[in-house]
Write a protein that binds this ligand. Structure first.
Ligand code: FCB
Length: 443
């Protein structure tokens, strides 16, 4: 791959990497942290592919300075991490736990010392277990609790965090956590999970004003998107595609951008109260876009529980997660968001993009991951094509800095630019790290 043919990005384009608290921090009992739904879920036999937990993960809580040095070596201008709510409020309510916040204080200062912008996500799925016991995201009160938590964090870090992200992928948290039960909290409610959508969006809107009251920094949400590829050419197939698109790609974006809820099959608006949609539509400065792959959809059988069927997409290379590698999907998604929302759309930052491969060190201890280099190259070109087509994309964050604990897959999926030997916690930058470092240095 020659660097000569690589597309340029606008001046000020934000290069970053992303992580999340439960996936890397470990130290789950340190400094007064309370349990989260992911501690409970991971410790329940049969839930995680390899039976592992995030108890130790990458031990980032103790090794953050080494990890910030890796970020600095990569030359990124931003680092997206998440703050563990149960470190700040061990039971999800009440005064802040000073020691828990101290950790993020140190992390933020270490980042700034290395000229890396701290980008903080407030909720990356690790709800305090006590709030789950009180109803979790099915309970409207959780939205108010989230705004209080946002206030506590902003009071401490609001002068130094450069971009706030309220929620990570509320669609995935609703669907996998509450609809299908494969993520924490493990509920299988199918369409009964819709209040989780509304309460998360309400939490987001309330947190936007809490953050603005304490911090001058821009505010965003990070949504997961997956462009729909309809397989089959019947009217029923096309209708299934429209239904899935509304559920995955519009449910968490239309109301955010002031359009109210889209028509989604089975959607129950029972949780929506007067005034909620105005709270949810509080303007954001940036839309965070997490993209991994498109989704193949066709009409479901007549008596199936869902009105669409998800089908594998042929003709693409695949990652170790068996996800298709489809950079064209990222371009189509970005251009499609602009087409759908027009001037309502704020600038976009791609807040997650990446791939898992079974990376192993060679005899010399080096880790070669040419597939990840090809993946990143293809997706960066897709971003450039979207910019050329008139979409305002101002940043790109790779998922992830480190190999880490991949939720229900445990340690079996490696997404890092840096290989982690979980037995020794030794970090080894992969060849993709060197490639990205050189790519960024050309800016
Ligand atoms: C996203 C999550 C992130 C990571 C990647 C692979 O859905 O936000 O934590 O698990 O997938």
């Amino acid at each position: 791959m020659t660097t000569a043919s690589m597309p340029e990005f606008p001046a000020g384009f934000r290069w970053g990497v992303s992580t999340s608290a439960y996936q890397i921090e470990g130290a789950t009992g340190a400094d007064g942290r309370g349990p989260s739904i992911w501690d409970t879920f991971a410790h329940t036999p049969g839930r995680i592919a390899d039976g592992s937990t995030g108890d130790v993960a990458c031990d980032h809580y103790h090794r953050y300075a080494e990890d910030v040095a890796l970020l600095a070596g990569l030359g990124v201008s931003a680092y997206r991490f998440s703050i563990a709510w149960p470190r700040v409020q061990p039971t999800g309510t009440g005064a802040a736990d000073a020691a828990g916040l101290d950790f993020y204080d140190r992390l933020v200062d270490e980042l700034l010392r290395h000229d890396v912008d701290p980008v903080a996500t407030l909720f990356h799925w690790d709800l305090p277990q006590s709030l789950q016991d009180a109803g979790g995201w099915l309970a409207r009160d959780t939205a108010a609790r989230f705004a209080e938590y946002a206030d506590l964090v902003a009071a401490r870090l609001g002068d130094r965090v450069r971009l706030w992200i309220t929620l990570n992928e509320p669609f995935i948290h609703m669907s996998l956590g509450h609809g299908m039960g494969v993520h924490a909290p493990g509920q299988v409610l199918l369409f009964g999970a819709f209040p989780v959508a509304h309460h998360q969006l309400l939490a987001h809107g309330l947190a936007v004003s809490a953050l603005r009251a304490r911090s001058a920094s821009p505010v965003a949400i990070a949504n997961n998107y997956s462009p729909v590829r309809v397989l089959g050419d019947s009217d029923a197939d096309r209708a299934a595609g429209v239904a899935y698109d509304a559920l995955h790609n519009r449910l968490f974006t239309d109301p955010l951008l002031g359009l109210g809820y889209p028509e989604v099959p089975g959607f129950d608006a029972g949780a929506v109260r007067a005034g909620d949609l105005d709270v949810i539509a509080a303007p954001v400065d940036v839309l965070g876009v997490n993209y991994y792959s498109p989704t193949g959809i066709r009409a479901a059988e007549a008596d199936a529980p869902l009105p669409f069927e998800i089908v594998p997409l042929d003709g693409y290379p695949r990652t170790a997660f068996d996800w298709p590698v489809a950079p064209d999907g990222l371009r189509d998604l970005l251009v499609g968001l602009r087409g759908r929302y027009g001037d309502r759309l704020p600038p976009i930052q791609v807040t997650e993009s990446g791939c898992a491969y079974d990376d192993v060190p060679d005899a010399d201890g080096r880790v070669h991951d040419p597939e990840r280099i090809a993946y990143l190259d293809g997706h960066l070109r897709a971003v450039r094509e979207a910019i050329d087509a008139g979409v305002d994309v101002t940043g790109y964050f790779v998922w992830s800095l480190l190999d880490n604990w991949e939720w229900a897959e445990g340690f079996t999926k490696r997404f890092g630019l840096v290989h982690v030997d979980y037995a020794t916690q030794r970090r080894t930058p992969k060849s993709s790290y060197t490639w990205l470092r050189d790519r960024i240095a050309r800016r």
